[in-house]
Design a protein around this ligand. Sequence first.
Ligand code: FES
Ligand SMILES: [Fe+2]
Length: 364
Amino acid sequence: MEIFHIDEDIRKSDTLPSSFYREREWFERSISEIWEKCWIFIGNNTDQAPVGTLTPMVLLPDVLNEPVVLSTDSDGEVYCLSNVCTHRGKLVVSSSCSGQRILRCGYHGRCFRLNGTFKSMPEFDQTENFPTERDHLKQLPLATFFPLYFTSINPLASFATFIQPMLDRVSFLPLHTLTFNPDASKDFDVRAHWALYVDNYLEGFHIPFVHPALNQAIEFEKYEYHLFEWGNLQIGVAADDEPYFNTPKGHVDEGKKIYAYYFWIFPNLMFNFYPWGLSLNVVEPKGHKMTVVKFRSYYFEGTSFDREKNQLDVTELEDEEVVESVQMGMQGRYYNRGRYSVNMEINVHHFHRIISNLLNKQKD
Ligand code: FES
Ligand SMILES: [Fe+2]
């Protein structure tokens, strides 16, 4: 594998090499260096309310393939547990259920409490030094952002470190009223490497060329880019007659007519805040040439929005077309690396810097 360097100075740097997007080896390396270390969206608290609810799922199928289960105990506390029985490895919970008092493995009857600790096991009285710590179901960290749940296998930094800069900027919004709307949520298949989708998201440079309707809604000259440690932000300023946020007095964006805040959290979470609420986009790889982008909508209390009118789908399809075209371009023999626009691509450069720092680490 070719080692690549992304210069700290955007003016001097090349973009990521096409081999990064094309070669399976880089994708496989990213499983341990990126996907095991990031925060993964795993659903909403509305799916998990009552005591004794068990919700099995697999973290990033086709990439991490980690079976976990969300479990709510009698105090209403929610846990994210390994869903692999500590006896001989059967999945403990095979389908969602509620009203459970324990987790019972259906193979040989091992039981766990709702917080994952070992409770009982038939026919094990002669087994020595049993049970021990390793007979509990492993607890993964569970982080929340209002109604949203996240977990991680081995996080690079705390969830708070990842999201605090975002929270600082949007805390004036009625975030505690955000409510998931399944009808306004859907998944899109994109035939491209996940990072090409992220690259495209991280710049507004293409808006005048690719998104004619969106281009009418925002003031392209006033578009802003901001970086923080594990993410970055783009701000779209509303054109006349478009809806915008009322930022409070003393807010860093006071006086600006903000059409949308587009926050990206490394590596695959996009929090798009609009006056009506939050559109969360989760970019999930399905292999090195296939990606699913999950759009999840959350409304602020008292607001609703019309998907058609809001143009989110139109914009998405325009982005997909361009990203799939770039995927084709990555196969070309005459392209290797590009350069960055200093004004327009600082967020893309920031993303590439994080990737190169993580993937090249053990090679230095
Ligand atoms: S594998 Fe679960 S009890 Fe045997
Ligand atoms: Fe776009």
